[in-house]
Ligand binder design. Structure first.
Ligand code: NAD
Length: 339
């Protein structure tokens, strides 16, 4: 089979830790280009994989015409790069948050559809083994209806993650648009929609910059969500969990409780009201310090090989983004926002 010619735009942390190694491990992929304005970053991988390095994505798209593009840039560039790639005829895998605004997200979906290419969003939380298992357990019905939940994602902040450390774009509002909410909160709005197979109906949010200095992007958020099913819960995003990462979700249901990611050994613990306790060791949740294979790249390539629309589509990414944007609207207006 002819290999899929892939270009990676943005050669920072997420490209280095997940996209590039996962493409490199996929037998259907051949790298054709790497793009980064810090050209040494692109050159390092171009040399390693016998591909070309570019400082500009526009130049790369017209010179190379790749089959597929991974968009691993700062948030404000997701929409322009994804739309330019789709218009050049390339399938697109874009990192989360998929865009800065709902209008941008809609334009990305439209560009992919108009050009007959696939658009996938890097919502890797859906593919983490504990979350896959949690969805199966919820689907058995053993726990009954989910009544309330909490989902949270916190770590010490992107200064310990981004290739540019404290000088990262993550702290510049014009490039990041959102802080902890765009970095972590959107993972959790996507996860809740996915696990509950439900949509968010109403949102309120308290969002602020509590501790990071020299930035006006949010470093903490606590949101209340009411789902269409009636379930209510909280969504928390934080860049100030200095004593360690929390990436956990708990569902309190009619027949018991399911805890995901609260115990390092058993990633899922189900405690039923009848006294039964079930523990599942199903593979770790990825942390900043210890990366697990995300599965996102393999799922994207599988879509292209089988000509099947990715399940984590642009439409899905748009709905998960809308929850976060609604929380910001709530913070700005003091109102409960209906979606
Ligand atoms: N799915 C996940 O779990 C996850 C985790 C971390 C980051 N991300 C997302 O990945 C994206 C990138 O984040 P990161 O952590 O790699 O950041 P990073 O700061 O480590 O890297 C960003 C890179 O983009 C480059 N860049 C800047 N302008 C560019 C341009 N015009 N063209 C090409 N490259 C450009 C920078 O030079 C840098 O090398 C963000 O949107 C972030 O939200 C997703």
């Amino acid at each position: 089979m002819k290999k899929i010619r892939v270009a990676v735009v943005g050669c920072g942390a997420i490209a280095q830790r997940r996209h590039i190694p996962e493409y490199a491990g996929n037998p259907n992929v051949e790298f054709v280009a790497f793009v980064d304005p810090v050209i040494e970053r692109a050159e390092e991988f171009a040399e390693k994989y016998n591909a070309k390095a570019f400082a500009s994505y526009e130049e790369m798209l017209s010179a190379i015409k790749p089959d597929a593009v991974s968009v691993c840039t700062p948030n404000y560039l997701h929409a322009p790069v994804a739309i330019a790639a789709a218009n050049s005829g390339a399938h697109v895998l874009v990192e989360k948050p998929m865009a800065s605004t709902d209008e941008e997200a809609a334009a990305m979906i439209e560009a992919a559809s108009k050009n007959g290419v696939f658009l996938m969003v890097g919502h890797n939380q859906r593919l983490m083994p504990p979350h896959v298992k949690a969805k199966q357990i919820l689907q058995t019905g053993a726990l009954g209806r989910v009544l309330t939940f909490r989902t949270s994602f916190g770590h010490p902040g992107p200064e310990g993650w981004s290739v540019d450390g404290k000088g990262s774009w993550f702290f510049r509002k014009e490039e990041a648009i959102m802080g902890a909410m765009g970095d972590l909160g959107v993972h959790k709005s996507d996860l809740i929609r996915y696990l509950l197979d439900d949509e968010v109906a109403q949102v309120t949010g308290f969002i602020g910059t509590l501790d990071k200095e020299g930035t006006d992007v949010d470093d903490n958020a606590t949101c209340l969500l009411r789902m269409k099913s009636g379930a209510i819960g909280t969504l928390v995003a934080s860049w100030t969990y200095y004593k360690g990462e929390d990436n956990s979700t708990v569902f309190w249901c009619e027949n018991g409780v399911m805890k995901i990611g609260t115990d390092p050994n058993d990633q899922i613990i189900v405690e039923l009201r009848n006294g039964t306790v079930e523990k599942y060791n199903v593979g770790a949740i990825s942390t900043n310090d210890k990366q697990e294979t995300s599965g996102v790249v393999d799922a994207f390539i599988e879509s292209l090989v089988t000509n099947t629309k990715p399940s984590i589509s642009g439409e899905e990414g748009r709905k998960s983004l809308a929850v976060i944007l609604a929380a910001f609207e709530s913070q700005a207006t003091g109102k409960v926002i209906s979606l």
